[in-house]
Structures are given as C-alpha cells and as structure tokens.
Design a protein around this ligand. Structure first.
Ligand SMILES: Nc1ncnc2c1ncn2[C@@H]1O[C@H](COP(=O)(O)OP(=O)(O)OP(=O)(O)O)[C@@H](O)[C@H]1O
Length: 389
C-alpha cells in the first residue's frame, strides 16, 4: 500500500523564484480576493462513481450518502470510489489530486475522459458535456485534447525514442517526415537530445518517463493528465522530473491534472490541491491554504510534518503596521516565502514591510515569523491568508 511521505527537509519549492505568485493565480477565489477569471477547462459537479450491484441507485439514496465507505460496502456491496465531488480546473493551472491509496484519485481522473464511466453527475470540458459525447468525440478527446501520462510508461520496446514520441501523431494520421520533425522537437524539449535513436530498454527509468512525457506533449493536448507518473522513480530522478513538469508548465502554461499520494510532490508541483479521503474531497486549496488552514483534523494530521516556512508566505505571518512603520525601509512582496523573509529580517535586523505595489499590507518581524514556524497563534488571517486589521 502506498504511504504518504513528507521528508522534513523535502519540500523546497522549485518555483519560488519564478516571479509568479503561488497563490495569486490558482484558486477559484484568488489571493487578492477576486475570483479566478481564467476559463474553466474541466467543470465537475456532483460526480459519483460507484462500483457494485445497482450502483446507480447509490447517489440518490439519502441513507447511503451518510454511510462511511465500510458501512456502504457492508450494507450494499458497493464501493463509492468517487462521492459527490465538485470542482473546476482552470486553464493554465496544475491541479493536483492527492490522497492515500484507495481514496479515489485514479477513478476520479479516469472519469474526466470517461476511461471509467461516471455513475452520475455533471462533467464538462470547455463547456461541452463529456457524458453526452459519442465514441468519436471521446476518441478525439483522449487523443488530442487530454493526453494521459501513466506511471508505467507504456513505451513500445522495439521502437526508437523518436518513434515512440511520434506514436500519437502517427495514430492521428500525420505524415512520417512531419511527425518525426515534431517528435524530435519534443525529445529536445524534455532534455533527451542525442538519445533519439535508442530503444526504451537502453534508457534509465527517468529517461523513459521523459519519453512518455514527450509523447504526451507531441499531440499538443490542451490538458495533460498525470497518473502517479513518477512514483516508480528513485527520489533524485523523481525530483528532476517534478522540476521538469514545473518548468514545462511555466514555459507553456499548459493545464495539468496530476495525481499523487505524495504530499511533498503535491506541494512542489501543485497550484491547487484536492485532498481526497474515501472518495470525497476533504479540502481543495492552494498549498498555502492546505498547510496554513487545514479544513479538519485529518488534513491537519496529513500536513503536520511539512516545513511550513517553505510553503507559507509572509501574508500569513504579517501583523498590521504601527504608526510610522509603513513608510520607508526594506520591503517584501506578499508572496515571499517565510524562509526567504527570515533571511531578510535577519539581515536587516528589524521589522520589514510587506508591500503590494505602493500599498503597505503589513509588517513582518522576528516574532511573527517565528510564530508561523512554531505554529503559535499570530495575527488572525482570513481563509485567503489576509491579515485582519
Ligand atoms: N473496478 C473496480 N471495482 C470495484 N472497486 C474498485 C474498482 N476500481 C477501484 N475500486 C475501488 O475504488 C476505490 C478507489 O480506488 P482508486 O484506484 O481510485 O484509488 P486511488 O486513490 O487511485 O488508489 P492508489 O493510490 O492505490 O492507486 C478503492 O476502494 C478501490 O478498491
């Protein structure tokens, strides 16, 4: 069985210096308080997937809805792998589905392209009703619009790297010269230039996964769906691949849905994380929201060992400015990680302003930064991490 793992020193954030706020562009309600205005790619409402006899009766059965997974199994013989799940995936975000083994991650993501047929609920891609699509439209959806990258790379052993990458284009009917050219471009993009002619058996696990990634990218899908893509890789290569995903995302802004049971991985790659338990989403939020404001004891326990200073930003640490403090002196942007702010405050030796443009949002000093790291009660923040006046 898979376990959740968070190494205490294991969550450095590869995008912390990318100039993008981790939480200004990634929630239904953005950090500035406004809604996420980007178009919705996947819209999921009240989705259920029930396995077992008379499965379609379960979603409407008020009694069944109140039962735990085990009670439901005992009483009805059914497993509700996905239970009344609703969320939107916005264009350009990395949406992570996380949870322990058996929580419903794979079932949920397979439902998005109907690799698994949902039992009930509403499912749209770019406003189109996915549940109403016929075979042809579904094939198109899976081949061109939402490409899946699996843990087991599914490479063709007798084909070269470049021909494996070109495979999806071949299925689409693209001519040989053109698809090879495109495939070579993708091989280059994922850092495998020079290895085009090798066979999969002559590559390391990490390199094989890069071929899988290049193959998915070659068809230029609107969304990439990753099903635990890196869980078979050793930790260093895994880290490399996570950074690769973040780099590709940053450079291309491609929408990604990423399944993992590893919290450190979720925090590293995710713009938002849906944390699942027994088929339900128990919390959906940015890494900072999940770590800084866990929805319940289950989530709190889940994130207990996360090094908070590497996930939370100064928004969560700052206190209101006192008279005279909001003038000159050193300043930090509101999305600065606590770990970086500690360095600045230690260097300057005094309070530092948190500034959004010309507006002073608050102050961080030794005490409030320590409070966050030590989990002590500091200033009150609303659910978006804004300090209360
Ligand atoms: N075809 C099936 N028939 C019956 N039950 C199923 C079927 N597929 C999945 N399940 C059950 O649905 C639940 C969710 O399974 P799912 O594979 O979606 O979980 P997961 O979170 O992806 O797990 P893992 O991390 O181990 O892959 C589990 O209890 C599983 O046993």
């Amino acid at each position: 069985m898979a376990t959740t793992s968070v190494g205490a020193s294991d969550v450095p954030n590869p995008r912390k210096n990318d100039g993008n706020s981790r939480n200004s562009n990634n929630t239904d309600t953005a950090a500035n308080g406004g809604p996420d205005e980007r178009p919705v790619v996947f819209s999921v409402r009240h989705l259920w997937k029930v396995f077992g006899p008379k499965a379609d009766r379960i979603p409407d059965d008020a009694d069944a809805a109140g039962l735990s997974a085990q009670e439901l199994r005992e009483k009805t013989g059914c497993t509700a792998a996905v239970r009344d799940v609703s969320f939107d995936v916005h264009k350009g975000e990395v949406f992570v589905v996380m949870g322990l083994s058996g929580s419903g991650k794979s079932t949920l993501v397979r439902c998005l392209t109907r690799l698994i047929e949902p039992t009930s609920g509403k499912l749209e891609m770019d406003g189109e009703d996915v549940r109403a699509m016929d075979r042809g439209a579904l094939r198109e959806l899976r081949r061109r619009r939402a490409a899946m990258v699996f843990q087991h790379f599914g490479l063709l052993p007798h084909r070269s790297v470049v021909d494996n990458v070109a495979y999806g284009l071949e299925i689409q009917g693209m001519g040989k010269a053109k698809r090879r050219e495109k495939a070579a471009e993708m091989v280059d993009k994922v850092g495998l230039a020079g290895l085009e002619k090798r066979r999969p058996g002559q590559l390391s696990g990490g390199q094989q996964q890069r071929v899988g990634l290049a193959r998915a990218l070659a068809v230029d899908p609107e969304v990439l769906l990753f099903d635990e893509p890196f869980s078979a890789l050793d930790p260093l290569i895994r880290r490399d691949m996570q950074e690769e995903v973040v780099r590709l995302h940053r450079e291309e802004g491609r929408t990604m849905v990423f399944i993992t049971h590893d919290l450190a991985e979720a925090l590293r790659v995710g713009d938002r994380i849906a944390l699942m338990r027994d088929g339900r989403i128990v919390q959906l939020g940015t890494p900072e929201e999940i770590v800084g404001s866990p929805a319940d004891d289950y989530v709190r326990d889940f994130v207990r060992d996360v090094p908070r200073e590497q996930v939370l930003t100064v928004r969560r640490a700052m206190r209101p400015a006192e008279d005279g403090e909001d003038g000159d002196g050193p300043a930090l942007a509101p999305d600065t990680l606590i770990s970086d702010a500690i360095e600045t405050v230690a260097r300057t030796g005094g309070p530092v302003r948190v500034v959004d443009g010309t507006r002073c949002l608050g102050i961080v000093d030794h005490a409030c930064l320590l409070n966050v790291v030590a989990r002590l009660q500091g200033p009150q923040h609303d659910e978006h991490g804004e300090v209360a006046a």
